[in-house]
Design a protein around this ligand. Structure first.
Ligand SMILES: *Cc1c(COP(=O)(O)O)cnc(C)c1O
Length: 423
């Protein structure tokens, strides 16, 4: 569910007419609904209320400070994957005790900063990383919490670029190696192994692979118990799918119904790391139609936003609904196949291919739906395009949460060496 709806044939975000925002702030423009964002977070919290999970929103899905702050204010923790995300998390006022840190490639500096900040724990992805965290903690004279990220070797049905829990993926540690680490963990004088972590992929719409992975981990925890090793936290990661097209993802309640029985009598503290589920349908990308180009074979709708603003179609062949901000009230209007493309010099620069589109003309605005997750956060300056403005709507008000970059921003950190300045 989300708060982007037509009223009198105009698309609204909550109580704000989106076209008014497009005119005022220009395009391409990201528009987020504060209500949708919070609503998704609360739905998940309610569904899992029996176990009082710590919900660590996955910062990489959308890392704008206002988005982080809105969730942190409601009690969310944050799941980070870099020093930059630690900086953002602290800046948004997240209590360090609610921050968990995953990534296969944490640097010494990143590890040191996170230990000093006092995060809840690292999700460790390899034995060498574990040795390194131990070494750095020792140097700082601290004992640091870690959770071992397990690779449960399950196959979630999703795009191959976003599966992370198969044994051929770079993430996590296989069960056998993890078992050995846990048995011999006395080697790690400055680590407390307090949890296990899994994150098997993204945009997973069926519960079965989550259930399979969690069952494997709970069996594993029971084996550890026999060796008198007890685990406090189970971090079940993120990955919950949302509706982009006609998927039928499980609701938060259906997901909870499948998962919660697995935790019975385990006494485990549950952590989850949803990203897309919380922010995906809370945002849209608004673009303006520059040209309609008809070629002998095809019709192209050329818009002023491109793959630098939203790369998911180019990267994963992802589907995003595209709606005009002004609907034609006529239900029987003719649709025509077109490609919706951006201005960038790449054939991968498209939002939709061979899409049945209503009649649109130059100057019309279009909304690329469900663009809240992995939209702005994956955007770039490719083709020296300034990154888009971001606006958050709450009821009848809109707030700029990131201004459009300037041309000056594009070259801010660049320098021309003196030898090139000689004539
Ligand atoms: C990306 C990521 C998530 C969030 O994934 P979603 O599919 O957006 O829910 C959670 N945990 C880890 C470790 C991640 O890398």
């Amino acid at each position: 569910m989300h708060d982007f709806k037509y009223k009198n044939n105009h698309l609204y975000c909550e109580q704000v007419k989106v076209e008014d925002l497009a005119v005022k702030y220009g395009t391409p423009l990201y528009v987020y609904s504060h209500h949708t964002l919070i609503d998704h977070y609360i739905k998940l919290r309610k569904a899992f209320v029996q176990v009082f999970p710590l919900i660590c929103y996955s910062v990489k899905a959308n890392s704008n400070l206002a988005i982080l702050k809105a969730l942190v204010k409601r009690g969310a923790g944050l799941d980070i994957v870099s020093g930059g995300e630690l900086f953002r998390a602290l800046k948004a006022g997240c209590p360090p005790g609610k921050i968990v840190y995953a990534s296969v490639g944490k640097t010494d500096k990143e590890i040191e900063d996170a230990i000093k900040a006092g995060i809840l724990f690292f999700n460790v992805e390899s034995l060498p990383e574990m040795e390194n965290i131990n070494r750095i903690a020792k140097k700082l004279n601290k004992v640091t919490n870690v959770a071992i990220r397990l690779n449960p070797d399950v196959e979630p049905k999703t795009h191959k670029f976003i599966t992370t829990g198969k044994i051929t993926n770079k993430f996590g540690i296989d069960l056998k190696s993890a078992y050995n680490i846990l048995i011999y963990h006395s080697n790690f004088s400055n680590l407390k192994i307090c949890g296990l972590h899994i994150h098997i992929g993204s945009q997973i719409t069926e519960g079965s692979s989550f259930v399979a992975a969690i069952k494997k981990v709970i069996t594993f925890i029971n084996e550890l118990k026999k060796e008198e090793i007890s685990i406090q936290y189970l971090n079940i990661g993120g990955g919950l799918g949302i509706i982009y097209d006609n998927e039928t993802p499980q609701t938060a309640f259906a997901y909870a119904k499948k998962i919660l029985p697995l935790f019975k009598k385990t006494g485990l503290k549950v952590i989850m790391e949803p990203g897309r589920f919380i922010v995906g349908n809370a945002g849209i990308l608004v673009v303006n139609v520059l040209y309609i180009k008809s070629t002998p074979k095809k019709k192209f709708i050329i818009v002023d936003g491109g793959m630098n603003d939203l790369i998911r179609p180019a990267l994963y062949g992802a589907y995003h609904k595209i709606l005009p901000l002004r609907a034609n009230g006529d239900k029987k209007q003719a649709l025509e196949k077109a490609d919706v493309v951006g201005p960038i010099c790449e054939s991968a620069d498209f939002f939709a291919k061979e899409r049945e589109m209503p009649a649109v003309k130059e100057g019309d605005y279009l909304a690329v739906m469900s663009a809240g997750a992995y939209g702005f956060s994956m955007s770039s300056n490719y083709n020296s395009r300034r990154r888009a403005e971001e606006v958050m709507v709450s009821s009848a008000k809109a707030f700029v949460i990131r201004k459009r970059e300037s041309y000056g921003d594009l070259v801010r950190n660049e320098a021309i060496p003196a030898f090139l300045l000689d004539l």
